[in-house]
Ligand binder design. Structure first.
Ligand SMILES: [Ca+2]
Length: 512
């Protein structure tokens, strides 16, 4: 495995060196290709100077998404144990958001919110999407990738997709139908785990068994696309969706060995799994530098939900936040969020302005000069002001709904420093990937009850419920939350009843 500079010298692995030699050979070849491509581009641009002007004006865009990476899981967010030198350096070079949220507390809904700028229940993504499920982001939804592709961007998605159940099947839209020129993706997790996965599909063709670890495989594909796979002479949008550190994890020894926990192999595997992703992220950034692309590239890094903290690897951290993945409390939805846009963002800025996954679509449209859809409700807003510490003008408050959230609250809304949560006046749904008649009924009929109110600015841990102390605020915010909930409930499509066959469960191989 070729390593980012931060990890070189820490690892003495002859296999590593052999692979590095192989990579350097490939690198020389790629450089020749790059020179040829640059010459070709120069000829094209002499003929079409307008194309150059347009390509220079608009930034390239790279969005990197981790899977189940919690608010407290990396060095620059206060973790003292997990080694993330590339992410930490990235944070120092740009803006670190301390109030960055995912669009949901769970994988598929969160990704649907990010891709469409709409709160996931509006889009009909009510749960994580198992293989073969009828649930999917429908064709009539408009994604960031479609908008950017239509605006002249070259587009690529690598890694976890998780926006349909019938993956690589014409029955449902695939990444290409949602705007990606090039895709190299898995339906959900890398299977049987992160090492030697066999479930990647490239542009509709199953790739078969791959050797290596998922983060490295995903980064390699992104790098190949950057170097020669994309349509040159256009700005690009690259969406990198790492599988790490979502279960089932597998960690290369060079990363688990960074941790001295001889009695706790699962802790070394978990922390090393995050370093494995950090290394892949570092190689991606290094490629942008090597290709002299960093100056005109907007790079954002975030996570799709809070830490999973599973029985096998209970080592994820939400830092000071309450609860974890799957919860409407902050631990489920507040995540790392960092942005670097040289010349536009200052290095080392920390912004506490709240930003959410649903804000990506309006923000990227702004960057690309693309018009936002006007025929549907968008929940997100352009987050560029937050990068300068300025407030975001929102038509719709930050809103989350996850009917299968663990714990009591299923719905939440944040306005300024205040967050209100509510539960549903319906029996809790049994944990399942399936779709039941009860699900369908609850989604269209349940009302909100059991409100909780927290002042996040002074109570980040959501420890003190202020409903009694703030009756006027509770009245005003609960009315607004109910209205928004009804609006989303009315729009949300339902799916047919479907029994989860647990196919993916049978494919998993568990490691340490
Ligand atoms: Ca996730």
């Amino acid at each position: 495995m070729f390593l980012s500079p931060e990890y070189r010298g820490r690892i003495s692995d002859s296999l590593c060196n052999a692979k590095a030699r192989h990579f350097r050979k490939a690198e020389r070849f790629n450089r020749s290709l790059l020179i040829a491509a640059t010459l070709a581009a120069a000829i094209v641009l002499q003929v079409f100077p307008a194309a150059l002007a347009q390509a220079e004006e608009r930034p390239n865009i790279v969005v990197v998404l981790a899977d189940d990476l919690g608010y407290g899981d990396i060095g620059c967010y206060g973790n003292q144990a997990v080694k993330t030198p590339n992410l930490d350096r990235f944070a120092r070079s740009g803006v670190r958001l301390t109030n960055c949220y995912s669009a949901s507390a769970n994988c598929s809904p969160s990704r649907a919110g990010l891709m469409t700028g709409r709160t996931p229940v509006r889009v009909g993504i009510h749960n994580w999407i198992p293989m073969f499920s009828p649930m999917h982001v429908r064709r009539q939804e408009v994604t960031i990738a479609t908008l950017l592709r239509n605006a002249g961007y070259a587009t690529c998605q690598v890694g976890k997709w998780h926006l349909n159940g019938m993956f690589n099947d014409a029955a449902q839209p695939q990444p290409s139908d949602h705007g990606f020129d090039h895709w190299f993706s898995t339906q959900n997790n890398a299977l049987p785990n992160h090492v030697n996965p066999d479930n990647f599909v490239r542009n509709g063709k199953a790739v078969g068994l791959l050797h290596g670890y998922s983060a490295g495989i995903v980064a390699d594909e992104a790098i190949r696309w950057l170097r020669g796979g994309r349509k040159m002479g256009r700005p690009f949008f690259l969406f990198v969706c790492f599988h790490e550190p979502h279960e089932p994890i597998a960690t290369a020894p060079q990363f688990s060995e960074l941790y001295d926990y001889p009695e706790q192999p699962s802790r070394a595997a978990h922390h090393g799994n995050i370093s494995q992703m950090d290394d892949a992220f570092g190689r991606l950034l290094q490629t942008l530098d090597d290709m002299h692309l960093s100056e005109n590239t907007f790079v954002a890094f975030t996570s799709d939900n809070g830490p999973a903290i599973t029985g096998r690897h209970p080592h994820g951290s939400a830092g000071p936040l309450r609860d974890k993945k799957g919860s409407m409390y902050e631990g489920g939805i507040r995540v790392p969020g960092m942005v670097r846009w040289p010349g536009k963002t200052k290095a080392g800025v920390v912004s506490d302005v709240p930003v959410s996954g649903v804000d990506f679509l309006p923000t990227l449209c702004k960057l690309a000069g693309a018009a936002k859809p006007t025929d549907r409700k968008l929940d997100g807003a352009n987050f560029l002001p937050a990068l300068h510490g300025q407030p975001i003008l929102r038509k719709t408050p930050l809103y989350w709904q996850f009917n299968r959230a663990h714990g009591k609250p299923k719905v939440a809304m944040r306005k300024g420093d205040w967050k209100i949560l509510a539960t549903l006046d319906a029996p809790p749904l049994k944990p399942s990937g399936g779709i039941t008649e009860e699900d369908r009924h609850v989604l269209k009929t349940a009302e909100l009850t059991g409100f909780e109110l927290y002042r996040l600015a002074t109570d980040i841990a959501e420890a003190e419920d202020m409903t009694r102390a703030e009756p006027e605020r509770l009245k005003q915010m609960s009315a607004e939350l109910v209205a928004l909930y009804h609006d989303v409930r009315q729009e949300s499509p339902l799916w047919p009843v479907w029994e989860w066959p647990r196919y993916e469960t049978s494919r998993i191989i568990w490691g340490p």
